[in-house]
Design a protein around this ligand. Structure first.
Ligand code: NAD
Length: 442
């Protein structure tokens, strides 16, 4: 089989590489010529564990190619994936200009039957718009080429994307013809040998499944953050409550960790977009509106703890920030809570010395010289008034606490990810403030 993946970002590059890995001929297309030039020189534009090795291997095998030309790449393609961005528009709804732009281009150049698959996260109804855009271009060319549009939302997690793609929990495919189903079944066959389920459904249900999944996950996070905040008020400890409720199989122990709010390129925009989709049909998503509101508030929780601890004045105080990316094992800084916290500290007159194992170059693009970037997590502690744990990289899990204490002016830790135990930290001579955990008197 031959496939084309349009858009070579987190989703497109992982998708193309993993299909090549199982022996399929893949061309990844992007309008960003620098990105394509780099990929042709084995320079990977993003940090994703294991991706560089797989890209190099499959390029060497001749199964994975990169191009800026969709016109040349789609000739003879069985399947064309659209994996471009769907950022929020001004009103929060998904902006489909990149998706529709690609659909028009496909219509301008396709020369034989293909299944065109939206892998981008798109609102219900988008497949119809893609269908219309392609058909209009074919009509302009007076060509009678048949094609199908399918929906195949992506569920990979940044930081674990390769494994998620090669060993998926499930593959969701929305189709409107038997022919398209057969093509998609054949394409995904290598991934199904280990009994990973492929679930076929109608196209609108597939489009909706992606938003419902991300909204459910965001809901779990905001729910636990709300419970954590209440735990602090009533003198309970959320770590214990989490274990208590997680042992109920109906609830489960995954994704119920409180923190400093969800970020990244998906949850914030997808929750907003679903609220907008509903509103456009006259329906109010009350739960999701609350999920968003709790999340906005949660991004300030660590800063509020800092302000309280320093009696409202942090002018001239220096803060070490460990972790910048929105979650571990990625360099993705889109909607990272670190940016909100750092901005608040700087505006209140504080200074920031930061360390992140991977995301510092990406952060520098956004924050420039507003903060100091340090070579190690220990260098970031030099003469600081407090340490903030912002991203739970494994590097930070078991540090040398004596060394930390020696370097800091004040041994105070604001732990936005609850990676340390308050009682143990107190024994080691630290003040420790977690999210929803008890603070013990000195
Ligand atoms: P991204 O911003 O990393 O990549 C998008 C790429 O598309 C960019 O390289 C851009 O240059 C390219 N592009 C834009 N217009 C183009 C065109 N006309 N022709 C060719 N290339 C074009 O985006 P992403 O994070 O990979 O997300 C892509 C989609 O997948 C979004 O809808 C997102 O919501 C969804 N998604 C993302 C994730 C994730 O973890 N990042 C997970 C599941 C789904």
């Amino acid at each position: 089989m031959k496939i084309v993946v349009v858009g070579t970002g987190y989703v497109g590059l992982v998708t193309g590489t993993c299909f090549a890995e199982v022996g399929i001929d893949v061309v990844c297309v992007d309008i960003d010529s620098k990105k394509i030039e780099n990929l042709n020189n084995s320079i990977i534009p993003i940090f994703e564990p294991g991706l560089d090795t797989l890209v190099t291997k499959n390029v060497t095998k001749g199964r994975l190619k990169f191009s800026t030309s969709l016109a040349k790449s789609i000739i003879g393609a069985d399947v064309i994936f659209i994996a471009v961005g769907t950022p929020p528009g001004e009103d929060g709804s998904a902006d489909l200009k990149y998706v529709i732009g690609v659909a028009e281009e496909i219509g301008q150049y396709m020369n034989s039957y293909s299944v065109i698959v939206t892998k981008s996260t798109v609102p219900v109804g988008t497949a119809e718009k893609v269908q219309t855009a392609i058909q209009q271009e074919l009509d302009k060319r007076h060509l009678d080429i048949t094609f199908d549009v399918a929906s195949n939302p992506e569920f990979l997690k940044e930081g674990a994307a390769i494994n998620d793609f090669l060993n998926p929990d499930r593959i969701i495919v929305g189709v409107s013809s038997n022919k398209a189903e057969l093509v998609m079944r054949k394409l995904y066959k290598p991934f199904l040998l280990n009994d990973h389920p492929i679930i076929f459904m109608d196209v609108p249900s597939a489009e909706m499944t992606k938003y419902a999944a991300n909204s459910m996950l965001a809901t779990k996070i905001s729910f636990m953050n709300d419970i954590a905040n209440l735990c602090e008020i009533v003198g309970a400890d959320v770590n214990m409550v989490r274990q208590g409720i997680g042992s109920d199989v109906r609830i489960g122990n995954k994704f119920i960790y409180p923190g400093i709010g969800y970020g990244g390129s998906c949850f914030p925009k997808d929750v907003k977009a679903l609220i907008k989709t509903a509103a456009s049909k006259g329906y109010q998503m009350q739960i999701l509106e609350a999920v968003e509101a709790v999340n906005e508030k949660q991004k300030s929780v660590l800063f509020e703890k800092i302000i309280n601890r320093f009696q409202g004045n942090i002018t001239g105080k220096i803060f070490a920030v460990w972790g910048l990316s929105f979650k571990p094992n990625t360099d993705d800084m889109r909607e990272a809570p670190s940016l909100v916290i750092i901005d608040k500290i700087l505006k209140a007159g504080g200074e920031v010395k930061a360390f992140d194992p991977i995301a510092m170059p990406e952060t520098r693009h956004i924050l420039g010289n507003k903060i100091e970037y340090c070579k190690t997590e220990y260098e970031a502690l030099e003469n600081t008034d407090a340490l903030l744990i912002v991203t739970e990289w494994s590097d930070f899990m078991s540090p040398d606490f004596e060394r930390i204490k020696e370097k800091m002016t004040n041994p105070i830790v604001f732990d936005g990810r609850n990676i340390y135990d308050t009682k143990e930290m107190n024994k080691l001579g630290f003040e420790h403030y977690g999210i929803g955990t008890k603070v013990y008197p000195n």
